[in-house]
Write a protein that binds this ligand. Structure first.
Ligand code: NAI
Length: 360
């Protein structure tokens, strides 16, 4: 059964066993930001046994495989992974590791909560919306070929099965979390068959959830509406490519790519990774913002049923942002990645492991 992070509910696990978790530090800023998240996770008192693996170009140098067999075996065993970003070569080279892992483990739902952190100046305060991105098909099918020299075809695959299950995920999440509206984002005015099928599936599923208002916006309009008035949205569901692009737009609304987490969820496994990429322009300098990966670990803790630890991290993050003394450069501070992590760990000593009445 697919699980996903909610803010309240369910008591924490009382077991003191260690969780086996697959760790993929990734490349670029990946090792720096995942290291920060791992230190914070360990400071919660929850016990972890990490099974750590390289992927992509680094793995190929050592094992002649972009995704080592041991890594996939580890995920099959642990069913939970925390992943840093991995560089994908542009216009050639190996296929995206991220897309390959999502397909291999059928992680069909990409869950991306978009929320402001306290005291980060943005145009809109108190944004609270959820992006639900279909994760396995659309133009990410990888089916591309040169028809004749100078003419290339990329195939967009949309199926009834995948569209129905992502719509059901969005509505189920909304019902369980008392969300009021779901909007399907599409381009069915142009892609009448593929996006038309996606919409038909969304409409069919919507009928089973009469308490939730269902709406549809064409993707270009949705971008403009998000920039003009993001408060009109609650939960947005869309195919893969639109989800990729709209997630970055929404990250911009709440302070940038360094802040937004995501969970890739399937029936059997879950991989938690930031929305951002490997940021080669700032890699290796200890200046990346680890907040997105820290928020991923928070989603992971909720997935594991460790709600107290998740609240501790969330409240500590809020405290660090409220006091503004140790923020990273992307949001106007001077602290390094590891210094930021230190201050979250320090804040964890003085915050509650429960929801706070006011986050402001
Ligand atoms: P990017 O997200 O790596 O960087 C875009 C901009 O945001 C850069 O200016 C970067 O410095 C900044 N940024 C990103 N994360 C940040 C953080 N934590 N703290 C502070 N600033 C941050 O996107 P880009 O440059 O398009 O992609 C770089 C590589 O990452 C590509 O090879 C791409 O394929 C890969 N990528 C991997 C993903 C993954 O592994 N899940 C997701 C997105 C991209």
């Amino acid at each position: 059964m697919v699980r996903y992070g909610t803010d309240e509910d369910a008591p924490s696990s009382t077991e003191s066993m260690a969780y086996n978790v697959t760790l993929i530090p990734g490349d670029g800023i990946g090792p720096e930001v995942t290291n920060a998240a791992v230190r914070i996770l360990e400071a919660t008192g929850v016990k972890f046994e990490w099974e750590s693996f390289e992927v992509g170009a680094e793995a190929f140098e050592k094992y002649q495989e972009y995704i080592p067999k041991e890594l996939t075996e580890s995920i099959e065993r642990t069913r939970v992974a925390l992943k840093g970003p991995v560089t994908t070569p542009v216009g050639g080279g190996f296929a995206s590791i991220n897309v390959t892992l999502r397909k291999k483990f059928d992680l069909f739902a990409n869950f991306r909560p978009i929320r402001n952190l306290p005291h980060i100046p943005t145009r809109y305060p108190d944004i609270d919306l959820i992006i639900v991105r279909e994760n396995t098909e659309s133009l990410y099918s990888g089916l591309e070929h040169e028809v004749v020299p100078g003419v290339v075809e990329s195939l967009k695959i949309i199926t009834e099965k995948a569209s129905t299950r992502i719509a059901r995920f969005a509505f189920e999440y909304s019902r369980k979390n008392k969300r009021k509206k779901v909007h399907a984002v599409h381009k069915a005015n142009i892609m009448k068959l593929s996006d038309g099928l996606f919409l038909r599936c969304s409409r069919t599923v919507a009928k089973e959830y009469p308490e939730i208002t269902y709406g549809e916006h064409i993707v270009d309009n949705a971008c403009m509406q998000l920039v003009m008035n993001p408060y009109q949205y609650d939960v947005l569901v869309m195919e893969n490519l639109y989800g990729d692009i709209i997630s970055d737009l929404c990250a911009g609304l709440v302070g940038g790519l360094g802040l937004v987490p995501s969970a890739n969820l399937g029936e059997h496994c879950a991989i938690f990774e930031a929305v951002h990429g490997s940021a080669p322009d700032i890699a290796g300098r200890n200046i990346a913002n680890p907040t997105a990966v820290i928020r991923c670990s928070l989603l992971m803790l909720r997935h594991l049923g460790e709600h107290d630890a998740a609240w501790k991290i969330r409240n500590a993050l809020d405290k660090v942002y409220r006091t503004r003394e140790k923020l990273t450069r992307d949001i106007g501070g001077k602290a390094g990645t590891s210094e930021f992590a230190d201050s979250v760990i320090e804040a964890m000593e003085s915050v509650a492991a429960a929801p706070q009445p006011s986050r402001a």
